[in-house]
Design a protein around this ligand. Structure first.
Ligand SMILES: Cc1ncc(COP(=O)(O)O)c(C=O)c1O
Length: 435
């Protein structure tokens, strides 16, 4: 379903690229490319054209919306708004909050879900140390919110991640949502790290909105989704003002449409929506095989890394907590960026190093993690997925074991512009352009 690729290593070999960076972006399915190619053949204007191909293109766009609605288990009155990515989708909802809505968010959120809220109305909860801790923190925060009046009830929104992009852990959404409900709060679920791995079901999870990105569910960059309740979205001014969002424009003023089009002004990314829908349909069809493949890789990755002397893995909720295929670790005495650079240059393995746009949770986790006397400020994240094979995981484990025992197998220099680079690197980044 996903094309393999060969990459050069320092030794001059070409090796199968070990993709352990799925939490950042997932390679597009071959079927997604085919769907986009097919839609391109009838490509015409969308929505307001009367020509036959305009009708075809418009039908593709609206069918893509329906496919995404099925993918997230949308309720009959939910809407699906196409956005650019998860960040865009959260920012859209943030602009639609009724006045004075209180937002409660854990510091462990990805910056996309942590930062878009007005500081004045936001209660930021500490990074929880256990599931119980998360429950207690949320309960206390919601109980302490100021009450509204009968004429103007005060709204509250709880922002939760479905799966952490740092530890991969699946958050106890049902338990936290039931606390939110008891306090009359609504829930936004950040599904960016969840949608490719587990079923999102708005109704079953009892959340009001979910957001996710196409590039994390095997569709290309540039398309994301905000799906859920329509009422706050319809009551707010459009996210972008412009054509497509208007019902009537006169010298006297503008009336905006309701529904998804209200927040999708301008010509939409039809091919992006088609690509996303194709990816969603593929994932839905193969869901149980995907979960099985990833569960196997996750177990091996986690057990294998934990067994290496000098490697520390991190978790919020305890080492046996359910998690997706993401493991964050540090290697005693080695800068995480150097570890990532050596894995790439010497072994053809792609991972991430840094704080993963989730600085507060990485800072909290590393604070009491490694015991090598060197305070790590960043970590390495290995994230498996459909383009990861068992050989990739074994290669990573073997490479990390050697790194932890002996350090890198080549000399590296820390450069101001590009971080750690091999000193003697004869590889040319000679990339044939795709066009
Ligand atoms: C949990 C989580 N939320 C939000 C985002 C932001 O996604 P995007 O960059 O596609 O907007 C990411 C991206 O890594 C993520 O992992």
């Amino acid at each position: 379903m996903v094309r393999p690729g060969l990459v050069p290593t320092l030794s001059g070999d070409l090796v199968d690229y070990a993709n352990l960076d799925h939490a950042a972006s997932t390679p597009a399915f071959e079927g997604v490319a085919r769907a986009v190619e097919a839609a391109t053949r009838s490509y015409s204007s969308v929505h307001r054209g009367t020509g036959w191909l305009s009708r075809v293109t418009s039908a593709h766009y609206e069918a893509a919306r329906e496919e995404v609605a099925r993918f997230v288990g949308a309720r009959p009155d939910d809407v699906v708004v196409f956005t650019r990515n998860t960040t865009d989708a959260v920012n859209l909802l943030a602009r639609c909050l009724p006045r004075d809505t209180s937002v409660v968010v854990f510091a462990s959120e990805h910056h996309a879900a942590l930062l878009p809220w007005a500081p004045r109305d936001t209660v930021r909860l500490p990074v929880p140390g256990s599931v119980r801790d998360a429950e207690v923190l949320l309960e206390a925060a919601l109980a302490a919110l100021p009450a509204g009046t009968a004429r103007r009830p005060r709204e509250a929104l709880v922002v939760l991640t479905a799966a952490s992009n740092v530890t991969g852990e699946i958050w106890p959404v049902d338990r936290l949502t039931s606390i939110a409900r008891r306090h009359g709060a609504r829930v936004l679920l950040d599904g960016a790290q969840y949608a490719a791995h587990r079923t999102v079901d708005l109704g079953a999870l009892d959340v009001d909105w979910v957001v996710f990105s196409g590039h994390k569910v095997h569709a290309p960059f540039g398309t994301g989704v905000l799906a859920g309740r329509q009422d706050w979205l319809d009551a707010a001014p459009p996210y972008l003002a412009g054509g497509g969002a208007t019902a009537a424009v006169t010298e006297g003023g503008t009336r905006w449409v309701s529904g998804p089009a209200r927040h999708e002004a301008g010509s939409p990314n039809v091919l992006g929506a088609v690509a996303l829908a194709a990816a969603c349909a593929t994932i839905r069809e193969h869901r149980s095989a995907i979960e099985e493949h990833e569960a196997r890789l996750t177990a091996r990755l986690l057990d294998g890394l934990r067994a290496i002397d000098g490697v520390t893995t991190y978790s919020l909720f305890g080492s046996s907590h359910d998690r997706g295929p993401v493991v964050t670790f540090t290697v005693d005495g080695l800068d995480s960026h150097l570890v990532a650079a050596a894995l790439s240059a010497e072994h053809g393995i792609g991972v991430r190093a840094g704080k993963f746009c989730a600085h507060l949770v990485v800072d909290a986790l590393l604070d009491d993690g490694s015991d090598d006397g060197v305070q790590h400020s960043t970590a390495v994240r290995a994230s498996a997925g459909l383009a990861t094979t068992e050989e990739h995981v074994e290669r990573l484990l073997a490479a990390v074991a050697v790194l932890a025992a002996e350090g890198p197998g080549a000399d590296y220099v820390d450069t101001p512009e590009q971080g750690w680079l091999p000193v003697d690197d004869t590889r040319e980044l000679d990339v044939p352009l795709p066009w």
